[in-house]
Design a protein around this ligand. Sequence first.
Ligand code: ATP
Ligand code: MG
Length: 239
Amino acid sequence: MGRRKLVELQKASKVYKILGGQEFWALRDVSLEVYEKEFVSIMGPSGHGKTTLMNLIGLLDKPTYGKVILDGVDTAKLDDVQLSKLRNEKIGFVFQQYNLINRLNVLENIEIPLILRGVSKKERVEIVRKAIELVGGEEIWFTKKPNQLSGGQQQRVSIARAIIGDPQLILADEPTGNLDTASSKIIMQTFMRLNDSGKTIIAVTHNPEVASCTRRVLYIRDGSIIKEEVPDPSKCVFK
Ligand SMILES: Nc1ncnc2c1ncn2[C@@H]1O[C@H](COP(=O)(O)OP(=O)(O)OP(=O)(O)O)[C@@H](O)[C@H]1O
Ligand SMILES: [Mg+2]
C-alpha cells in the first residue's frame, strides 16, 4: 500500500545521567514506524519508557542517540523554532490530567491555537462549535470553566483542543487513566471516530480494553519494544 509513513524512529535511545555519573537508558534502540490513519496503542509497566517515547514522537524531547523522522522530516536538523512550528502543525496532544486552564472558559481553552493563527473571533466560534460537536460535547459548555465539568467532559474538551488546528497526528498519554468505564467508552468512541475520519492516533494506556480497540499494540519493557500485536476488532468492548 502506498500509505504515508507519518512517524519513524530509527534506533532512538534516551539516556539520562543519574547520580554518581551513571547512565540510565530510559529508551534503548527503539525503532518503529507509524503510518497515516493508524491507531496504535502503547502498553507497558510504569516507569518503562512510555511517556519518554511519546515525548520523542511529539518533538517535546530529543533522543540521545538515533533519529525521529516526522512526515519525512529528519527532526534532528531543525532548530527550536522549526521544531515547534512542525509540532503545532502536525500534532495534537491529549494528557491524562486534561491540562486545561481553569482560569479560562471552555471556548477560550479550545480557541487558543486559532488566536495564534490569527483567525477572527467569529470564525473561531464556528470552528470550536464544530470541534465540540465532533467530540460529542455541547455548546452550553462554552462559558463554563473546566472544573465545572466532569472528568470525562473535560477530557472531551481537551480532545477538541487537540484537534482544533486539524493535526494529522494525535498523541494521547493515558487519556482514560483518570476515568471510569463509562467515560472511557465515550473517549474511546471519540478516538475511533476521529481515526475513521483519517486521524492517526498513538495512545499510551494501562487498560487492555482500551488497547484492544486500537489497530496495533506495541508492548514496551525496560525501554525497548518487546512485541507487537494486532487485536481482533470484534473484541473491542467500547464499540
Ligand atoms: N529527567 C530524568 N532523569 C532521570 N530519569 C528519568 C528522567 N525522566 C524519566 N526518567 C526515568 O525514565 C524511566 C521512564 O519514564 P517514563 O515516564 O517514560 O515511564 P512511563 O512508562 O511513562 O511510566 P508511567 O506508566 O508511570 O507513566 C523511569 O524509570 C523514569 O524514572
Ligand atoms: Mg507515563
